[in-house]
Write a protein that binds this ligand. Structure first.
Ligand code: KG4
Ligand code: ZN
Length: 339
């Protein structure tokens, strides 16, 4: 059961953790969300600089909270790809330096594999096979987890990731950034059936999604409603809550129905939902209902494990280390990499 120090800096969270096999001993996440909010989204250059400012403190806090010393660390896991290149490089450079200094093996981890492993931290008794719905600001994928290290993408988005669609629609409705939580909150007051929006199906690819068309449909709807109000000289505000609720219900329906269909088609009885969008109230409720109807189990790791964190990277790293799979010190950051 290896104990690893893990580092994650692929986007806008500077994270460090100490993990022993499937148990999180500490997890420090320093979010840059307030800094990027002023720009309406993540600015890569600022993200990298901010990681540089914060990484050392995050690592020492992770050690402190876990009450572990370097002597008890068997390896250093770090997110190597995919992500913002400058941001990734900060984490990788820190990990390589520490690996050299303390003579520990380095383990480069794929960010998506990390997300999958958040499921093992949430449910240490979980074993493959299962289906993983990964929905975040950067990804929207259905991943068949056949075995440890054996994954197949069964479906993905053709354009915007689910979280990206939430963020763009929220910006359109002037609800602020990040958009997911804002839409989730205001949707409670709206009617999810007020407007009919397209689910973004892709012909002959039942598990793929397109959220860009949905976003454009919301834009056209807002333009149409605004024009009608102007013509009628109506000064009431637009029905923002109804639009948000309808958009959210459409995304939830698209994702939950595709996920359940995919699980059934591949004879999988367990579904794990991870990533920031998996926090969405409507998605959770629709996925749980659809899965229960077909006798499928759904695991929702807690939000702290769903959003970007280093503990999930450490859990995947511990598995690779136990199998003797380590990286060379030449490990390079890659902005894109297949799982
Ligand atoms: O996993 P995450 O923290 O970061 C990565 O993108 O890797 O996901 C962030 C995304 C953002 O787009 C945010 O708007 C969305 O997750 N999000 C939500 C909710 N909470 C966060 N989307 C819908 N409903 C939520 N409650
Ligand atoms: Zn992520």
């Amino acid at each position: 059961m290896p104990t690893v120090l893990a580092i994650e800096t692929s986007c806008d969270e500077t994270a460090a953790a100490v993990v022993r096999d499937r148990h999180c001993l500490s997890s420090v996440v320093s979010s840059q969300i307030d800094i990027h909010a002023a720009y309406g989204g993540v600015v890569p250059e600022i993200a990298a600089r901010q990681h540089l400012e914060t990484i050392n403190l995050a690592i020492s806090q992770a050690f402190g909270q876990a009450n572990r010393s370097w002597a008890e660390i068997d390896g250093i896991a770090v997110t190597a790809a995919p992500g913002l290149i400058g941001a990734l490089m900060v984490g990788i450079t820190a990990a390589k330096t520490l690996a050299l200094l303390h003579q520990k093996p380095l383990i480069g981890v794929h960010h998506l594999e990390g997300h999958i492993f958040s499921a093992f931290l949430a449910e240490p008794s979980l074993e493959p096979p299962f289906l993983c719905l990964l929905v975040s600001g950067g990804h929207s994928s259905l991943i068949l987890v056949k075995d440890y290290g054996d994954y197949e993408i069964a479906g993905q988005t053709r354009d915007d990731a689910a979280g990206e669609a939430f963020d763009k629609v929220a910006r359109l409705l002037k609800l602020g950034y990040p958009g997911g939580p804002a839409i989730d909150k205001i949707a409670v007051q709206g009617n999810p059936k007020a407007f009919n929006l397209p689910q973004g199906r892709i012909a002959n690819h039942p598990y793929d999604s397109s959220f860009s068309g949905l976003k454009t449909a919301v834009l056209r709807l807002v333009e149409k409603l605004a024009a009608a109000k102007e013509q009628a000289n109506d000064r009431n505000p637009l029905p923002i809550a109804d639009i948000a609720a309808s958009f959210q219900a459409t995304v939830a329906k698209a994702l939950s129905s595709r996920t359940v269909k995919c699980a059934i088609a591949h004879n999988l009885t367990k579904i794990v939902a991870v990533g920031g969008v998996a926090a969405n109230t409507e998605l959770r409720s629709q996925l749980l209902n659809a899965a229960t109807e077909h006798n499928l189990t759904v695991i929702f790791p807690p939000l702290s494990l769903c959003t970007d964190n280093a503990a999930m990277i450490g859990c995947a790293g511990a598995m690779h280390l136990a199998r003797g799979e380590t990286s060379r010190l030449e490990l390079a950051a890659r902005s894109r990499l297949e799982l």
